[in-house]
Design a binder for this molecule. Structure first.
Ligand SMILES: Cc1cc2nc3c(=O)[nH]c(=O)nc-3n(C[C@H](O)[C@H](O)[C@H](O)COP(=O)(O)O)c2cc1C
Length: 169
């Protein structure tokens, strides 16, 4: 099937990729995210859209804080790690170097360009992703970098297809 105009526009924009992490209690979660954006200048605000299919979404619904890690052109391995398996059946943080911030959110040692965020609201407009609006608590800039983009990760198979939903026990 040929690409729709919408798909062509989005491919041309070629969003940079981030890893969003969060935690509720001892449960850590994180996934690769292409849907994210600054949403206010003053005050500093940031939005992330999470798939309803994802383990990270289910943890984020209960979490108050999250972190966004900006990936560089050298981080395809990080993208694969967080974007192709699910925290449902894999501990993505086992063997990974990270520290917990004051809110218990994992900060990845491999990704120094990162922000810690406090959740303000969740918007579910009926699509397959929900929007988390957040206030920026801290931002760390490790120096100029070339972002890893969706086109660099086109070969990655997401751990969950966007139309999947968790099976109720
Ligand atoms: C290039 C790419 C972009 C993605 N963008 C998003 C996104 O914006 N939001 C999202 O929730 N999942 C996105 N995903 C999917 C998740 O990262 C993936 O399904 C992950 O394995 C879910 O892990 P989890 O179940 O542990 O949360 C993307 C995956 C890829 C490969």
């Amino acid at each position: 099937m040929s690409e729709s105009a919408f798909e062509q526009l989005m491919a041309s924009v070629d969003a940079p990729l981030v890893v969003m992490t969060t935690a509720f209690g001892n449960e850590l979660a994180g996934c690769l995210v292409g849907f994210h954006s600054q949403s206010s200048i003053t005050p500093e605000r940031y939005c992330v859209w999470l798939s309803k299919a994802n383990h990270t979404y289910r943890v984020a619904l209960r979490a108050s804080h999250l972190a966004v890690h900006f990936l560089t052109e050298h981080d395809l391995g990080v993208a694969e790690h967080f974007g192709t398996v699910s925290g449902e059946d894999t501990d993505k943080f086992a063997g990974l170097e990270f520290e917990l911030d004051a809110s218990g959110v994992p900060l990845l040692a491999a990704c120094p360009n990162a922000m810690t965020l406090e959740r303000i609201s969740i918007l579910d407009d009926g699509g397959d992703h929900v929007c988390l609006t957040t206030r920026v608590l801290t931002a760390e800039f490790g120096g100029e970098f070339t972002p890893l983009r969706v086109s660099d990760a086109i070969q990655l198979e997401p751990g969950h297809a966007s139309e999947e939903r968790a099976i109720q026990p």
